[in-house]
Design a protein around this ligand. Structure first.
Ligand SMILES: NC(=O)c1ccc[n+]([C@@H]2O[C@H](COP(=O)([O-])OP(=O)(O)OC[C@H]3O[C@@H](n4cnc5c(N)ncnc54)[C@H](O)[C@@H]3O)[C@@H](O)[C@H]2O)c1
Ligand SMILES: [Fe+2]
Length: 893
């Protein structure tokens, strides 16, 4: 075993180099090797507990041998027991499901600073922690506790090396000096300082520039209330106070006793060996305990009678503690200081609350962050909580001696056994807990790329086909009251009768609300909810386009949860699963049926609703799967009456839903098929539906399904920046939603279709820029031809232009009726709002605000139209090809 004598800087440097080599080697040891070294070192320290205790008392002249034996016993046996099976080397944790692995590595060389009050036990404690964590440790003993500290370190070193640890794994300075301890703390090879000691030393550790865990002083107050077990309380305090003659930093410095039991407590103290000083004696003792605002070194760890003697007061030799009945707290009252001796201040307080106030003051005066103690009936949960909430101390202990309680694991469970008790930032420390092995390790976290669970959520029931409505509605048999939400034109068209006829046959009472206007408002919702409150429906039937369906969803929400706050409901989120707002559950009062009469929004199957607060003009897009209807009835009979323009706009809306969902970062195997089918149906049937009107029943039917199918896709894959921009263009200039999308989609496709976007959207499932490939796949699905992805994207854009022309959609925002002046006046604000729209997050390309602005300008001025005329020919070819494919597929549908 190697030992070097260190008395000067040169020798110190030589030691550090040896220790460094030792630690480098020790860092490679396995958990088994380390555990055996830890065990043998603990046994050796334990074996020497009496000899080391005697040496400590001889060296320092403080404390009591028998009590130091307990501390040495504790710091070897309890520490071993606590960490014997704890993993501290290599892999600590390996969670395959979440892809997280935690690996422990030693910090390196630890500098151990040891106090005079607990020199041997602290040395044992720190060196065992260091060994368990594959660190080396070098001690700087207190000059007054040099011999015993070195002996303790040597004992651990010998046993460790014998058990296989490298030589020099524990080191120390033989002739401590301020210069050498500074060298130690500032040395570049020291990774961490573990400092226990007076405030000056702890401050020096923190100022050294080396990472440090230093712990501060305390001024532990005890409170005894009128419900406490008085005999137990008094004996506990006496035991704690006399332990090592009061040197433990956690021991009680004062006791505040509730007046009702004050005399009883005082008598119990006297009966158990305490001495209550008379006022004159108190004055004399006060003079010797604190000198110039500091505890007098001559009284630290001395027996009570010696302290009395020093003050010229005679007390029996067996006196356990000197008690001073005092009232003040602060510099004027020496007994209110931390005294590290068997002297105790005693305060009479009116009641429990005043006792707590007193304790708060004492902690503030002398020991922020350390320890406080309460004696009360264990059943007094309120008092324990109150005390805990008021005390700014790292340890708040209840019904136990503070010295033995705060060091953990003797009078309590799961408070880590330790001789280094953190006082948190309150005490100017880096930790507030009891220092333990975790503080001596660097833990590396290996986090693997993992994808979160995805989902596919749609209404439980989606009924479709001509004539589905009356059959599906029969399922409502057994319900009592139906609230039908629709708009005036649909009511006038007699559509509600189709519903009420069925309700009458199955015996469901009903009420009709037909006041929803396009772009529904909160005041309309509130009006309806009032009616619902008195009618108490158990089913809500939304009949109409997006407006009545969205309005009815919000009515459902407000009817079931009147307390819901709009601002919070509409808060945008990065990830719908991690949103801050907890959306209330729906369905406890009413079942929700959605019956679309337009072929576009998909609202009958989506978790979205848009509502405008007419008092502010703010549009709230609300999204949560709770808003998904329970039943959707997709009956094409109801869309035969759609005017041509509505057919065109809502049809394009459905197309854009499907395209955006297909290229979204959330698109999945479950949504892509639906999106492609919807796109195909729109291309094939929208012009026919537009031109043919009610006559073309087949086209109307296909378009109706296309909208619902696209709805299911975007209900789960969400949308993109085209919708973000359409929302703001729509609300700024009253451009109908479908039209706004139609004006923007081609710009967005061209913008997204880049293999080198300025910014890719961050979503784990979206591995690399795929938008161009995905648009090309849409083109393939439509049979548009093309040899390269770029060509295919262009052909898709051309096909969309062709489609738009067929259904009479203007080419530019300007052609749609927005004046140049108005457009440019709103452009900046619109761009920023579109950037912040909820739909932006799922777009495959993460847009810059300036890019959005450019897209708006292009869509306004029609940059693209010029290019397309060049491609005219190929569009026609494609159209022909498509017609062929369509002809063959037609029969199958
Ligand atoms: N929740 C969603 O997922 C979602 C998606 C897109 C749009 N929206 C919202 O939907 C609303 C637009 O919905 P919309 O386009 O369906 O229009 P709409 O519901 O506002 O209806 C427009 C007009 O068409 C009439 N109409 C509806 N069906 C008819 C029919 N079969 N015959 C004759 N006239 C009929 C209505 O009476 C109304 O006057 C907007 O508020 C938009 O924000 C919601
Ligand atoms: Fe839409």
């Amino acid at each position: 075993m190697g030992i070097m004598k260190v008395t000067n800087a040169e020798e110190f440097e030589a030691l550090i180099q040896k220790v460094k080599e030792a630690q480098a080697e020790y860092a490679t040891y396995s958990q088994e090797q380390v555990d055996e070294i830890f065990r043998r070192a603990a046994i050796a320290a334990n074996d020497k507990r009496i000899q080391l205790a005697k040496m400590a008392v001889a060296d320092t002249g403080m404390g009591i041998v028998e009590d130091k034996v307990i501390k040495n016993h504790f710091s070897s046996e309890f520490i071993y027991n606590k960490y014997r099976d704890e993993k501290t080397c290599g892999v600590l944790e390996d969670d395959l499901a979440f892809g997280i692995k935690k690996i422990a590595e030693p910090v390196g060389i630890v500098a151990g600073i040891v106090p005079t009050t607990n020199p041997t036990s602290t040395t044992i404690f720190k060196s065992l922690l260091a060994l368990k964590t594959r660190n080396a440790i070098v001690f700087s003993p207190h000059p007054r506790a040099k011999n015993c500290t070195i002996e303790a370190a040597k004992t651990v070193l010998e046993a460790a090396v014998e058990a296989g640890a490298p030589d020099y794994i524990v080191g120390w300075i033989d002739e401590p000096s301020i210069e050498l301890s500074q060298l130690l703390m500032k040395h570049q090879d020291i990774s961490l300082i573990l400092a226990t000691g007076g405030p000056g030393m702890v401050k020096a550790a923190y100022s050294s520039g080396t990472p440090a865990i230093g712990v501060g002083a305390g001024n532990t107050p005890a409170v005894i209330d009128e419900t406490a077990h008085i005999k137990m309380a008094v004996s506990s305090i006496l035991m704690s106070k006399t332990f090592g003659n009061g040197v433990i930093c956690a021991s009680e410095q004062s006791v505040s006793v509730v007046a009702d039991v004050y005399e009883e407590v005082k008598q119990e103290f006297i009966d158990r060996g305490a001495y209550v000083l008379s006022p004159a004696e108190r004055e004399k003792v006060a003079e010797v305990i604190i000198v110039d605002g500091h505890v007098n070194a001559q009284i630290v760890g001395q027996p009570a009678y010696k302290i009395a003697e020093l003050a010229g007061v005679t007390v029996p030799k067996e006196t356990k503690v000197l008690i001073a009945e005092v009232e003040e707290i602060g510099a004027n009252e020496p007994f209110s200081y931390e005294k590290l001796s068997p002297t105790l201040a005693m305060y009479k307080v009116k009641d429990f609350e005043e006792g707590v106030d007193n304790a708060v003051e004492l902690v503030k005066f002398g020991g922020y962050g350390h320890t406080s103690s309460l004696y009360t009936d264990p059943a007094n949960t309120d008092r324990k909580d109150y005390f805990g909430s008021k005390m700014k101390t790292g340890r708040i202990i209840v019904n136990m001696p503070a010295s033995q309680g705060a060091i953990g694991d003797i009078y309590n469970f799961k408070l880590s056994p330790s001789l280094t008790l953190g006082c948190g930032s309150w005490g100017g420390n880096s930790v507030s807990e009891n220092v333990e092995v975790k503080h001596l390790m660097n833990v590396k976290t290996i986090a693997e790329r993992k994808e979160n669970m995805l989902w596919f959520r749609v209404p439980e029931k989606i009924y479709f086909k001509y004539g589905a409505l009356p059959i599906a509605l029969k399922e409502l048999e057994g319900k009592k009251r139906a609230f039908i939400v629709t708009d005036k034109p649909l009511y006038d068209l007699g559509y509600t009768e189709k519903i009420t006829e069925v309700l009458e046959t199955v015996g469901v009472d009903f009420r009709i609300f037909s006041d929803v206007k396009p772009d529904p408002t909160l005041s309309t919702v509130e009006k309806a909810v009032k009616q619902m409150d008195s009618f108490q429906p158990d089913v809500i039937i939304a009949l109409g386009g997006g407006s009545p369906m969205d309005a009815a969803k919000i009515m459902w929400l407000m009817y079931e949860h009147p307390e819901a706050e709009f601002k919070e409901l509409s808060m945008t989120f990065m990830d719908i699963r991690k949103r801050i707002y907890k959306f209330p559950e729906l369905g406890s009062k009413a079942y929700f049926v959605a019956i679309p009469t337009t072929s576009g929004t998909g609202s009958e199957v989506t978790p979205f609703a848009v509502v405008t607060d007419d008092s502010t003009g703010i549009k709230y897009p609300i999204a949560d799967y709770e808003l998904t209807p329970d039943m959707a009835i997709v009956d094409p009979d109801l869309v035969l009456s759609m005017p041509a323009r509505l057919t065109a706009y809502s049809g394009i809306d459905a197309l854009v839903h499907a395209i955006e969902a297909y290229v979204s970062v959330l698109s999945s195997e479950y949504t892509k098929g639906l999106a492609l089918e919807a796109i195909r149906l729109v291309f094939k049937y929208l012009p026919r539906s537009y031109r043919g009107g009610a006559e073309d029943r087949k086209a109307k039917e296909k378009m109706h399904y296309a909208a619902t199918t696209a709805g299911m896709a975007f209900a789960n894959a969400f949308l993109g920046v085209c919708h973000s921009m359409a929302h703001k263009l729509g609300s700024t200039f009253h451009v109908p939603h479908g039209l706004a999308n139609a004006l923007l989609i081609n710009e967005v496709i061209e913008y997204n279709a880049s293999d080198v976007p300025v910014k890719q959207t961050a979503f784990p499932q979206y591995k690399y820029p795929l938008a161009k490939t995905n648009y090309a796949k849409i083109a393939d699905h439509l049979g548009l031809g093309g040899n390269s992805e770029d060509e295919k994207v262009q052909l898709l854009i051309n096909a969309i232009n062709e489609l738009k022309a067929e259904i009479d959609i203007p080419n530019t925002i300007e052609e749609a009726g927005v004046t140049e002046k108005n457009f440019y006046a709103q452009l900046d604000e619109m761009s920023e709002l579109a950037f912040d729209d909820q739909c932006t997050g799922a777009n495959p390309r993460y847009p810059l605000i300036s890019e959005i602005k450019e897209l708006y300008i292009n869509a306004f001025e029609g940059k693209k139209v010029v290019e397309e005329t060049v491609e005219e020919e190929s569009i026609e070819e494609v159209a022909d090809a498509e017609a062929e494919v369509a002809a063959t597929a037609e029969d199958a549908e």
